[in-house]
Ligand binder design. Sequence first.
Ligand SMILES: [Mg+2]
Length: 375
Amino acid sequence: MTGCWAYGSQGSIPTEVGSTQIKRHVRLKVASVRAVYPNYKHTAPSWRTHLWQIVVRIETDAGLVGWGFGGGGKSAVEIVNGHFAEILVGKSFDSVSDISDIWDYLYAESIPYGRKGIAIMALSGVDLALFDALGKAESVPVARLLNDTPRRQIRCYATGTDTDWYAERGFTAHKMPHRWAGDSSIETAVGVAEKMREVHGPDAEVMLDVYMSWDLAITLKMHDALKHIGLYWYEDILTPDDLAEIGSLRRKTRPVKMAGGEHEFTAHGFAEIARTKAYDIWQPDITWCGGITAGLRILEMAKAAKAEVVPHRGGEPWGLHLIAASDCEDFAEVLPGTRGAATDDLWIGAPEAVDGYIEPGDESGFGVEPNSDLL
Ligand SMILES: [Mg+2]
């Protein structure tokens, strides 16, 4: 899309100059900040058990509540409720650029223990709560704070293992998680990739996410074995500490694209991705990388680097509003799980994919409320 999201725009309530009715500009002042680690029942056993997503609640002096979603579990809760709350209460804002200034302030104050990881996952939750509050104050969806004419229907891709179910649900793009576990992995990777191609058809986009489990030699072997599938991208082949190596492999695996970035933080982190030319497709996670504010800065950087941006978990409201309002690719990641499996439905009102497309709602802010049963 040729969107011109107005980064740094004032985002104020329109004043009807010349008419008799001029709306008063509302300046929001932070009255309280509170983060909670939800009572999840279905997180995947891994680091996610303890350090999965947090809910951030910011209330303004006028009683308006903004909800945000961050990462980092109980450690991030401690950062928000301790340090950030202490220095955020009393701050006022009424524009996207004010939120950007608050972001810079919290980032600078958290540098001694922050810059990447859990501190930025915590900051993401605060940033998104501020955006939600601003959208509600102006009675517009967050996407409209950034762009007067955001996209409506956004194409999505399903990430997960239930190939048949995703096809039945109308997805035309699918990413399979597959980790290296010894030489037999070549055979199993070819098996799942062939099945994706067969079930979804010749025009579908099919991808492989190997979650940092390959190395240089494995990548070349896998690329050779998977050539006939016509994969769209390989995701997270090596770790975020191996960007130069990924950049060199990127030239050897064409036309399959290299994707990654869910484990990178802020525009400072993505500057290294740009410098090393590691990825064709950048995948910032808006609830981890520093929220919408960091997402906008990363998008600007991606444009200069001629990289595509496909946010990690972009089908969730936070990434979705950014995709709708920006130059991100028209491609939102959805994680449907597997047929019949129980999930934690944390956010009430979150849009769902229908026939392979998803649409951000018209409600103010991000348009979602947390399910109090899980808080
Ligand atoms: Mg991934």
